[in-house]
Design a protein around this ligand. Sequence first.
Ligand code: CA
Length: 248
Amino acid sequence: MSAALPSAPATRHTVLVVEDDLSIRTLLTSALHAAGYAVAVAGTGRAAMFEAGRTQPDLIVLDVGLPDTDGFEVTRHLRAEGVYTPVLFLTARTDIEDRIIGLSSGGDDYVTKPFHVQEVLLRIRAILRRSAAQTPAADRRFPLRYADLVLDEQTHEVRRGGLPVQLSPTEFRLLAVLLSQPERVLDKREILSRVWHYDFAGDARIVDTYVRNLRRKIDRVPPQLIQTVRGVGYCLRAAQQDPGQAAP
Ligand code: CA
């Protein structure tokens, strides 16, 4: 008759840590164990592919610089095989171009080295929370539409002008948030909280990076639909003749 236990999601999440630097790998592994996660490890891209198949992790912490390949390539291979496990990249590179490549290869987030292990744990928790929040969705039955843009949460399809557009899971959530309130300006903090579910001071620049990726895919044909409202955030609105004019 104890109803308390079954309701608690006692699922133990498995995290795959892919890192060739032994000291970082050990640091992450022990922190994750201490936080109650099951942990699998790999030191190369090849081993990462193998372990991902073997352990079916809930999340992959993936170093970008690996001896045999790079983390972006590993992600691309996983996605090509239909594995959509969220990825948290560890990158020593701060170059924004690298981030864009990483994010558009289907990864979900990144942390720049050197990092605080607590920061990594916070990110992991946030990512797992939003992938859990995604699963029992079914709260919206009809496709979201604006102009010639259609997003169907049931089938996970996006079309612009009738043509399919391939989005990563995060880009999809971002577009769904913009489409949920078209022609309303959403500030970056709100986007950060609704798309990334961050309950801590997240870096709002990640919003800019994702919007840039999304624009490249959505706004390849006119009219431009994703508008920047300088100093505030973004808005889904068909571009007028006087672009760049922020709301009064
Ligand atoms: Ca490395």
